[in-house]
Write a protein that binds this ligand. Sequence first.
Ligand code: NDP
Length: 244
Amino acid sequence: MSAIAGKVVAITGASSGIGEASARVLAAAGARVVIGARRTDRLESLAAAITAAGGEVRVRPLDVTSQAEVVAFAGFARQAFGRLDVMVNNAGVMPLSPLAALRVAEWDRMIDVNIKGVLYGIAAALPIMEEQGNGQIVNVSSIGGHHVSPTAAVYCATKFAVRAISDGLRQETDRIRVTVISPGTTTSELADSIGDPTAREAMEAFRAVTISPEAVAAALAYAIGQPDDVDVSEIVVRPTASPH
Ligand code: NDP
């Protein structure tokens, strides 16, 4: 049995891409997964597939911009399985644009989902894990959390913030493991929400080479599977053939 088997893992943004792949990979390794997102039809199909493959899964509708919903999500995981071992703050959005386009509502959305959503995830999981005496918080940042790319100033700012928050959290606790996963370009629906034509064009070139979401899920599984006294602080996983 791997160190993943039996762990209770709650994943935000599990209705597509990296979150969905992570739920499948972790459930196949024996984790008991709790999946949340807004598109519940997607979550239900994913849950049916995981169950059919012999995995254990629970579904909970979730909008990470509501602190109350994130608290309820973590509480639901504990109620369903008796504990919460890992909280994966994965939900994210990327409606890119040049700053001069002043798409302020999209800046707000990125800040609300990518930063405040992660903070709400920490706020929801921390009291449960403190009470248990252990746990792991996995926050999904990006290579965009390491350097800024064209039209991505606000998105990258949110991903820099995720790394800063994670590092601060890691320094403040010696019982809870804190992991950042920073993917490079990965096949998913993330770029579909880019409405600005300049950013859309820039991203087509930037995202020409991608890795599979399962490759990112494997990195996540590695970090979760380590012994309790080993904190995998960050994994950067990117396409071999991409300069970014
Ligand atoms: P997808 O667009 O495929 O998945 C994003 C997920 O986030 C969906 O499940 C979506 O579910 C969920 N989500 C968005 N808004 C909310 C919300 N308000 N409440 C709850 N869930 C929400 O993209 P990825 O799988 O690529 O993205 C996952 C993470 O990986 C993000 O944090 C992204 O920034 C990061 N990342 C991705 C990279 C890539 O190239 N793909 C590279 C680096 C980092 P729903 O709409 O159903 O709510």
